[in-house]
Design a protein around this ligand. Structure first.
Ligand SMILES: Nc1ncnc2c1ncn2[C@@H]1O[C@H](COP(=O)(O)OP(=O)(O)OP(=O)(O)O)[C@@H](O)[C@H]1O
Length: 574
């Protein structure tokens, strides 16, 4: 949490003014019982109406000035805590954008969203309460005891005893409820996760007719949450009656012992009333302190979650080079192995190959063979754990991200579009892309026809995630997006899986016409999609088992033969 204090930068003055004004308000509050005592002892005793009126005006003035101080404190506390919250959110958003796939594997997007929103809000509220109340409550308690001691040192003992009893009850109850609160938070997180999953997977749930099962699981989570909330509610409900009882016992003791002092002539009636007022002020201040402690505990827990994200340093460092050596003119893998950060197994092992510029490469293999892992190393979505990945003779790590990603364009397995227009989605790689360039890319990606059919053309709306397009249309739009800005290397990671054979073939034919310089890597589980490649890599268990063109592999590669047998028909493969 301490590491988050730097985000208060720019709000230092506000953070000092807020507690100062709150303490000023508290000082006025501490004077009130003394004035009440004077009204009773002098005004009422002497039946002096003008004195009473005069003192009442002072009370009103104290109230008004106190209110102004309180509002000033609220204003400055809100300004600095909101400012701090905004600074943290900005810093987190910026920091998360520097994460590579490795960091995103470690902190899941749903947790990141919770941390950037809910947790930062909790920190913000905690800071606001802290600035306003943390100094005020102890100030009132100490001040009230001090003022009481100036009235009667003998009766101050009752105050100390009441404070010890109230303090102990509060401590015990908070200790238990904070533990329960942690449980409540855990179950609340689970419910949020469940709600999010069942909403985003609503169609799958309907398709598998799992509505009842989902409802039951939700009900179970809800009941658990309910149980812990009731438990913590019951225990916190004890707090008020317990502390009020202790205070009331204190007040009764003050009345009895104070009464005796009045008889002895050591105290006036007004002073006894003032002592009772101070006792009530202490109780109120301690109750506020309890709420403050609970909120601060929550804020500290949230602050820890926020600080964890900010402390996570991206393992990849950006290079400085903007040009290649031009030697090898293509992509080379030298003894490359890779393991995911959250896994002990190697996803690819000792991969070695070179691809000259302008070739079309097919990568085929069963699920989990390591195809996606391999191609993700080229645009540095991950860094190899062993070996080197070279692009035009330079390690990919040496290039700036801008340069590397301008040269290598990847269409991932999952087609992701963003809400906006088709044009806006097409301009992701090149903001200045003209309509002509966009139509050209759409034509190659076999998407021109259905975009033209739209009344608005390139201004056609894309709904979040591209849900107003079919799976195949989404894939084609993503391929078009990847072609804009003329990359040197185009990687299609199973990105044509939703296309029918004819469209898939038309796409590959169009890609071949793009230019001799374009290196195309097509990852697929379909033989038909990669069989025209200049070279085909056959992958299995994280290794490239066989390399060759379609005809060679049909003769030499058992895995390839098997794939052909199952897909193209037995006769063709043998
Ligand atoms: N983010 C990840 N974290 C941990 N392990 C992963 C991750 N992604 C993939 N793996 C594992 O790495 C191995 C290779 O996966 P990869 O996605 O490269 O296979 P693939 O050949 O592309 O499969 P598919 O054709 O099904 O997409 C698999 O065993 C998989 O479980």
């Amino acid at each position: 949490m301490r590491s988050l204090l730097k985000y208060l930068k720019g709000y230092k003055v506000e953070s000092v003014i807020a507690p100062l004004f709150k303490m000023l308000e508290a000082s006025f509050e501490l004077i009130v019982p003394l004035i009440t005592a004077r009204i009773i002892d002098i005004g009422i005793a002497d039946r002096d109406k003008s004195f009473i009126l005069h003192q009442c005006i002072i009370l009103v003035l104290l109230g008004v000035v106190g209110l102004i101080c309180s509002l000033t404190a609220q204003y400055f506390a809100a300004k600095s805590s909101m400012g701090m919250g905004a600074n943290i959110r900005k810093a987190m958003y910026h920091h998360v954008n520097t994460f590579s796939y490795e960091e995103l594997d470690l902190i899941k997007p749903s947790t990141l969203i919770n941390r950037i929103t809910g947790d930062v809000n909790q920190v913000q509220n905690g800071v606001n309460l802290f600035l306003r109340l943390f100094m005020r409550a102890p100030f009132i308690v100490i001040g009230a005891i001090f003022m009481a001691s100036t009235i009667s040192l003998r009766l101050t003992g009752i105050f100390l005893l009441a404070m010890i009893l109230i303090g102990t009850s509060i401590f015990l109850i908070v200790k238990i409820t904070v533990k329960l609160y942690t449980k409540v938070q855990e179950h609340f997180d689970a419910i949020v996760l469940h709600t999010r999953e069942s909403y985003s997977g609503a169609r799958v749930i309907r398709a598998f007719h799992k509505e009842r099962k989902e409802q039951e699981a939700f009900k179970e989570e809800g009941e658990l949450l309910n149980r812990f909330q009731i438990q913590s509610g019951r225990i916190s409900a004890l707090l008020n009656p317990l502390t009020t009882s202790i205070t009331n016992i204190g007040i009764i003791s003050l009345l009895i012992l104070g009464g005796k002092e009045v008889y002895r002539g050591a105290l006036s009636q007004g002073e006894v009333v003032a002592l009772i007022n101070y006792m009530s002020q202490i109780l109120l201040a301690l109750l506020i302190l309890v709420n403050l402690v609970v909120s601060i505990t929550k804020a500290l827990a949230s602050g820890k979650r926020v600080a964890e994200v900010l402390a996570l340093q991206p393992r990849m460092q950006e290079g400085k080079e903007t040009t290649g050596l031009g030697k090898a003119e293509g992509i080379s893998f030298k003894g490359v192995s890779f393991s995911y950060p959250n896994s002990d197994e190697t996803a690819i092992e000792n991969v070695e190959f070179s691809i000259p510029r302008g070739e079309t490469i097919g990568i085929i293999g069963g699920t989990g063979a390591g195809k996606t892992t391999l191609i993700n190393l080229i645009p540095r979505l991950y860094d190899a754990t062993k070996g080197e990945v070279l692009l035009d003779g330079r390690k990919v790590q040496e290039y700036t991200y801008k340069r590397l990603r301008a040269r290598v364009s990847i269409v991932p397995q999952r087609s992701v579009l963003f809400s906006g227009t088709i044009r806006e989605n097409m301009q992701w790689r090149k903001e200045s892309a003209s309509d002509e360039e966009i139509w050209e890319a759409l034509e190659i990606a076999q998407a021109k026809e259905f975009v033209m059919e739209k009344q608005e053309g390139l201004d056609g709306i894309v709904q979040g995630g591209g849900r107003n397009f079919s799976g195949g249309q989404r894939q084609r739009l993503c391929i078009a997006r990847a072609l804009i800005g003329k990359p040197d290397i185009l990687i299609l990671d199973d990105s044509a899986s939703a296309l029918d054979y004819a469209t898939d073939a038309a796409l590959r034919k169009a890609l071949r016409r793009v230019g001799k310089e374009l290196t195309t890597i097509i990852v697929s589980q379909r033989v038909a999609s990669i069989k025209h490649g200049d070279v085909i890599f056959v992958m299995d268990e994280g290794r490239i088992q066989d390399i060759g063109n379609h005809e060679e592999l049909r003769r030499t590669s058992e895995i390839y033969q098997e794939l052909c047998r199952t897909q193209l028909g037995k006769g063709e493969a043998l």
